[in-house]
Design a protein around this ligand. Sequence first.
Ligand SMILES: NC(=O)C1=CN([C@@H]2O[C@H](COP(=O)(O)OP(=O)(O)OC[C@H]3O[C@@H](n4cnc5c(N)ncnc54)[C@H](OP(=O)(O)O)[C@@H]3O)[C@@H](O)[C@H]2O)C=CC1
Ligand SMILES: CC(C)(CO)C(=O)C(=O)O
Length: 347
Amino acid sequence: MKTRIGILGAGSIGCYLGGMLAAKGCDVVFIGREALQQDTQNHGLTLSHFSRDALTLSPNQLRVETSVEALSDRTVILLCTKSQDTELAAKSLNQVILPEAHIISCQNGISNVPILQELLGEKIQRISGAIIPFNVTRTAPAQYHCGTDGAIRFEQDIPHDMQLAFAEANQAYLCGGNFKGDQWAKLLVNLNNALNTLNGGTLRECFAQKHYRFAFAAIVEEGLKIANAHNIEIGHYNGRTPSALLKTLRLPNWGYQLIMRLIVKMDAKARSSMLDDLESGRVSEIDYLQGEIIRQAEAIGLTAPHNQAILQAVNLAFEKGYSPKLSGKDIWDLIGNSGAMRTGRGG
Ligand SMILES: NC(=O)C1=CN([C@@H]2O[C@H](COP(=O)(O)OP(=O)(O)OC[C@H]3O[C@@H](n4cnc5c(N)ncnc54)[C@H](OP(=O)(O)O)[C@@H]3O)[C@@H](O)[C@H]2O)C=CC1
Ligand SMILES: CC(C)(CO)C(=O)C(=O)O
């Protein structure tokens, strides 16, 4: 029997994951906003990818609903809302969900699974996480573009028909392993979402700037120290540890560009989801990224001043509704880290 899959929060990631599964024969119900329901009725759903063929679903291949009640028969639910919407989503799910359902949080940050466990744990046995390594942006109504690559990391096993669908879509995935450590590694990488938002350009444009990379390295290093103080066994993101990432970020421009050409596959237009949120007038997820690092530091009597400075600047940008378009050097100055520059790290 087919797994009955529900996507709660059909935006960029929800439409991309659900669309990929539906295109390869899975039974998928999407829960999204009315605008998405309209757009998919009018246009179907198109998923483009920077290095793979696009997938197109016609309106009659899609079931898009606006109420969680449509999830009442679902056995796997992929939670794809922003982190700030998790609590509300969990409360609404509580009314409808099957006790045997498996909820998989596909969200960034490390606090969504604990929130789901707290609110639904008495009713639902299987609540786990997934790490989405690639970037997806809405490019037009009912059109989503994936601009980076990587294997999806599931904390627990997924059903056989989902595995087959991902394989058919050429989407790599992994289950099990040091998930907590890998989730922390992704959290540290996601600290870049805020820097990208402050710069306002593409990820490629950002990383081409030496001072931008140094600023990113400084906030990752700060987060890494806090993770180590919590005895987290830090894992990998897209096959690399944050410590290896730090070394790459601190290379001079010529060395960095050489490495990037060899190992990183990225669309020229790829940007972070937080910059998309700013430009679409949505709320930022910063409290679950930089905010998480600050809370984790405070919990053990430490501080995270670099991440704090970035959080404040991002909050201001969201209050104003536009990116301040800071250069890499401006961001470097913002975190007040000129000491490390003078020691010549990175040239
Ligand atoms: N986009 C990306 O490239 C990546 C995103 N992620 C993570 O994935 C998660 C989702 O991000 P993303 O897809 O970008 O977010 P989006 O904002 O694009 O998608 C979430 C969608 O869910 C809708 N929604 C929220 N609550 C409900 C509800 N109760 N019922 C119906 N619809 C609801 C939102 O509507 P509304 O806006 O109206 O509230 C929005 O359309 C985040 O944690 C993000 O950090 C991870 C890797 C990459
Ligand atoms: C894929 C990645 C790391 C891109 O910045 C991301 O998680 C996001 O945009 O939220």
